[in-house]
Each structure stands twice: as C-alpha cells, then as structure tokens.
Design a protein around this ligand. Structure first.
Ligand SMILES: [Zn+2]
Length: 267
C-alpha cells in the first residue's frame, strides 16, 4: 500500500466529492451487499473544539446509515439481524480520552448513536483519560467498553509470553474488575502491518475475547471472522468530503493487500 499524505488525501477527497465519485462508490458498495453490512469507523479523541464538526458528521451518518447497538452487532454476526434499507454504522473510539465522555458521548446520546470505546486498562484513572466511573456511566448508557491493551502496546514479534499476558489477558481482567462487566472486545493498537502478530492473535482467542477490531478498512458482513473486524479511520475534525471519501469504499480497495496478509497471519 502506498502512503498518501494527508494533504494529497484531502485534495483527492474533494475532487471525488465534487465529481460525485464518493457517492457513486458508496452506492456500488450498497448494491454489492444489498445494504446488508456494517461500516465500522474508528475515531480517537473527541475534542470540544471539534464538537460542531463532529455533530455534522453524526447528522450525515443518520441520513445514510442506521445505528448498530451491541445487540444488533452480536445478532448480525450470528445471522439473526439483517439490514435492508440502509447499512449499519458502528462508531468506535480508541484510547479512552476524557473528552470521549464529556464531549463525545453527549453528542452520541443526542443523536441516537452507540459508542464503542476501546480503552487501555493502565491509562484509566490517569490524567486526560476516562475514570472508572466514566466507564461505568457509559455502560449504563448502553455504550460498549472494549480492551485496547494495558499500556497502549503495539504488538511485536519479539513480545514475550509475559508481555502478551499483561497486554491481552490481565488488561481484560482489570477492565472487568473496574467496570463490573464482561469485556468481550479487543482492539489492536497502531494498525501498522508489523504490529499484527500470530502469537498475539492466538492469545486474543485463548483469552476469551469474542470480537477483535483491526484497522485495515473493510465493511463488516455476515461472513466476517469476528476476530478480524476491520475499521476505517476518521477523525472528528475532518471535512465532510474527507469523511465521505474514507467511507466510499475506495480505501477498502487500497488496503486489500495488507488486509489479506494480516487476516492470513491472524486467522
Ligand atoms: Zn490507540
């Protein structure tokens, strides 16, 4: 996969938007699956200064997708839930920043969306990150908390058993103790190809996670391996043209090589 600078990507996104290519590609994807898929996006921080822009994005999602709550998500993967008129959208947030609670969750609530928050267990209750009470509140409001390792660790082939235990197994237990809820989802850190490893994938499976999230851009279908759920990166400050470009399906094609290699390594 060739790298595209942010500036070049913005320019391309704007061209695609003006000439209707984003809309055309999105329509093709809908046709391909008869609307029966979920687009999973991943955000990071939800800063107050970008709240207005984030709200604009949420309004756009509302028009083109339907929200996927946790029950829908599990049901979809079991083949019990189907999307007919519009595809589903899942909004995930990595790293557990404080403003995910004070800004993000508030806007999600006002606009009827479920948030999936992936937090690093050792960062909970530290400066700039959410507290244990924040996580409990989110769960009460029907949002979902998942594990994003203990220390925001990028997996590496040199990882020892001890490291894998701490980052995958102990982190799950810590979050379960803090939230007093079962943690079923794991989310890989970084997303660069070298930070997916077979050893870590095996440990994620044996630790009892039901779902694992990656970042190699593809929609979730009923054939997707629940331990290889792909997401597409977006941010709250991005323009609508860039957001539509990311979600058009163009990135799904660009990431195919990397995605196939990572899926092969982690199956
Ligand atoms: Zn992260």
């Amino acid at each position: 996969m060739s790298t595209l600078s942010f500036k070049a990507k913005c320019a391309m996104a704007l061209c695609f938007d003006i000439f209707g290519i984003n809309a055309f590609l999105r329509k093709q994807k809908r046709k391909q699956y008869n609307n029966n898929f979920i687009r999973v996006v991943n955000y990071h921080d939800t800063k107050l200064e970008h709240a207005k822009n984030f709200e604009k994005q949420l309004k756009w999602y509302k028009k083109h997708y339907v929200n996927v709550n946790y029950e829908d998500f599990c049901g979809f993967l079991k083949g019990e839930k189907t999307f007919f008129d519009k595809p589903g959208i899942m909004l995930t947030f990595d790293d557990g920043f404080k403003q995910n609670k004070t800004v993000g969750a508030k806007l999600l609530h006002e606009n009827g969306f479920t948030g999936y928050f992936f937090v690093s267990s050792d960062l909970v209750d530290t400066d700039k990150y959410m507290t244990t009470d924040d996580l409990k509140d989110l769960i009460k409001e029907n949002h979902v908390i998942g594990c994003h390792t203990a220390t925001h660790h990028r997996m590496d082939v040199s990882d020892t058993e001890e490291i894998l235990n701490k980052e995958i197994v102990d982190s799950k237990k810590t979050l379960e103790r803090k939230t007093e809820s079962e943690i079923t989802s794991f989310c890989w850190v970084g997303g660069e190809e070298e930070h997916y490893t077979r050893k870590a994938a095996n440990r994620i499976r044996s630790a009892g996670y039901k779902y694992s999230f990656m970042t190699n851009s593809e929609v979730l279908t009923q054939d997707t391996n629940p331990l290889q759920i792909q997401r597409t990166n977006v941010e709250t400050f991005w323009s609508m043209a860039l957001l539509r470009f990311q979600l058009s399906g163009f990135q799904d094609k660009r990431y195919k090589g990397k995605r196939d290699r990572v899926n092969d390594l982690t199956k």
